[in-house]
Design a binder for this molecule. Structure first.
Ligand SMILES: Nc1ncnc2c1ncn2[C@@H]1O[C@H](COP(=O)(O)OP(=O)(O)OP(=O)(O)O)[C@@H](O)[C@H]1O
Length: 569
């Protein structure tokens, strides 16, 4: 019932403190009931009753209980905040590390797990679990108090008490399957909803929206059914727990009354059984009411930890501050067993060089850079960063040394400044304006009412294609890494932006390793070195002049491109 992986993630300290504070509060209640029962017993026996000590005790108990409740709330908050932050951080790190691998979850499922899943897990961890431990200890404390008055009724109460956790555990066993289905249907529905919303314009354009709507309706209906099954099972289990709680309290009190009738227990003892009988089962009842939310939390917990346990890239331990050369030596790589995406690739990227990779769609250009950045690892041959094998390089060094800019880069719905600062959070105002000037966006930003503080639309939908790419480039320039990889960043942008971007890259190439992937051969005519890819192989390599002098792939493609751009004349 308790996933040990949770405790490896967070400190138990807060939970232990929480249980102790609650026990302290219960001990205060016992003292209060003891006093009340004592005074009542005196009164019933016709003895004089001095109310002052009782009133003073009540005031002290109320104050201390209020303080301990506040403390307990604070501890609950701390435990839950700690868990939520750590888990969300881990999920995000995992999502980043898994990247586009086959195991990666759909975006919507990932969002549901890291929002709803973690919220429900928080209730399980910070409320249900401390309550469970508290229940066991509270029952023992109350038993230890009541057993002093009458052994048999106290033992009966103690025997009834574990019935509730037993019910909880057996319901959990039955519920496991339903819960698994519940979460699967829930995330499926979320993923479908997200998918349909993202592709709504396409669905409408091809008149597929009605069919999709029906499909989504079926999923929603399945989710409704499983939710109803889950709810009815939870309600039934709460009813069973209520019956046990109230019958247990009634049994204990009844037995105490019988013992009183038989003269085996004092009036004070009976009063203590009546007052503490309810107290005995209240924690159990609270446990039951947290139970149904906690059950979802347990299911979410399993899904979250299964996600976190997915195999990911293994990085090396060695750090590197600078790199001036990257070499591929006879590298083979395939996404599947039956086809190689890269075949016997040997090449080098050097500092101070603008290296272009060209080739038709599907020829392996992006795969090459993904391998270079260690996004996949099952390759044959060697990839060497200076003298270091890629497998030995630490993840931190790899991310510090390299920047990949492609046309999928994201612009957040926040200010231009904040979007730029993602590249380097310590960049000064002057640096921000400098990079904006390099990508020639300075006039555009100055023309905006709030300039750097202008809030952009989600993914830069209020920017033109060229402005968007130049902003992504400005952000990348701020990072100041040694290696820059530009994957099709000029595709679909206007000619003016294309020229600005290329000028920037040429400047950058004086001091950095620049790898530029492009379909457009015109863009690579000023490169220092070009590699032409075809079906995963390098079919030509050389300077633009050398390649243009040959009658090979490059020249043929280039001739075709010139023809297309000149309108086929
Ligand atoms: N994640 C993947 N899983 C399986 N196969 C893949 C994956 N990514 C790419 N491929 C396959 O690997 C081959 C090379 O793809 P890659 O994306 O490297 O080509 P590319 O030259 O960059 O193409 P483009 O210019 O269209 O982006 C293609 O046959 C492609 O279908």
């Amino acid at each position: 019932m308790i996933d040990q992986r949770l405790f490896k993630l967070t400190e138990k300290k807060n939970l232990i403190k929480l249980v102790l504070v609650r026990l302290f509060s219960l001990a205060l209640s016992i003292i209060m009931w003891w006093q009340i029962a004592g005074k009542l017993a005196n009164y019933l026996a016709g003895e004089p009753v001095n109310l002052l000590p009782l009133i003073l005790t009540l005031i002290a108990v109320i104050i201390l209980k209020a303080l301990s409740n506040k403390w307990s709330e604070r501890l609950t908050y701390r435990a839950s905040a700690d868990l939520r932050l750590k888990l969300r951080h881990q999920v995000m790190t995992k999502a980043f590390r898994l990247g586009k691998s086959q195991e990666q979850l759909p975006q919507a499922t990932l969002a549901q797990l890291s929002v709803d899943g973690i919220e429900q897990l928080e209730i399980y961890y910070a409320r249900f679990l401390p309550q469970l431990f508290y229940c066991v200890l509270a029952s023992l404390l109350i038993f230890a108090t009541l057993v002093q008055f009458a052994v048999f009724p106290a033992i009966i109460l103690l025997i009834c008490m574990p019935l509730i956790p037993v019910v909880i555990m057996s319901v959990m066993k039955i519920a496991k399957k339903i819960l698994d289905k519940y979460w699967t249907r829930y995330t499926d529905l979320g993923a479908k909803f997200h998918e349909n919303l993202s592709g709504l314009a396409t669905l409408k354009a091809y008149h597929q929206d009605e069919a999709r709507q029906k499909n989504a309706k079926d999923s929603a209906e399945q989710f409704r059914k499983i939710t109803m099954r889950l709810l009815s099972m939870q309600l039934n289990s709460i009813t069973v727990m209520d019956i046990i709680s109230y019958s247990g309290a009634a049994l204990g009190i009844g037995l105490a009354l019988i013992s009183y009738q038989n003269g085996q227990i004092s009036i004070m003892g009976v009063l203590m059984f009546v007052l503490l009988g309810a107290e005995f089962f209240i924690p159990m009842r609270q446990l039951g009411s947290l139970f149904h939310v906690a059950m979802n939390g347990i299911s979410a917990c399993k899904k979250l930890f299964d996600y976190l346990a997915l195999p990911e890239q293994i990085y090396g331990e060695k750090d590197m501050n600078h790199v001036s050369e990257i070499q591929f030596k006879h590298v083979d790589f395939g996404y599947t067993d039956y086809a190689l995406a890269l075949k016997d690739v040997s090449l080098e990227f050097k500092k101070g060089h603008f290296t272009a990779i060209v080739g038709q769609s599907g020829s392996g250009k992006s795969t090459l850079v993904q391998l270079m950045l260690h996004r996949f690892q099952d390759y044959q041959g060697q990839i060497v960063w200076d003298q270091l094998e890629l497998q030995e390089l630490s993840h931190k060094s790899l991310t510090n040394l390299s920047t990949l800019v492609d046309n999928k880069g994201y612009i957040y719905p926040m200010s231009i400044r904040d979007n730029l600062l993602l590249g380097n959070k310590t960049a000064s105002e002057t640096e921000l304006w400098r990079v904006l000037s390099e990508v020639q966006l300075i006039d555009f930003v100055k023309g905006r009412p709030y300039q750097l503080d202008e809030i952009l639309n989600e993914n830069g939908s209020d920017l033109s294609g060229g402005q968007r790419q130049r902003l992504l480039l400005a952000r990348a320039l701020l990072k100041k890494s040694d290696v820059y990889i530009f994957d099709e960043i000029t595709s679909g942008v206007d000619l003016a932006s294309e020229e600005i971007i290329l000028d920037c890259l040429k400047q950058l190439a004086q001091k950095k390793i620049i790898i530029f992937i492009s379909h457009r051969l015109y863009n690579v005519l000023s490169a220092d070195q070009i590699y032409v890819f075809e079906n995963g192989r390098i079919v030509e390599a050389g300077t633009p002049e050398e390649l243009q002098a040959q009658t090979g792939y490059f020249n043929n493609y280039f001739a075709e491109e010139v023809e297309v751009f000149s309108g086929g004349q």
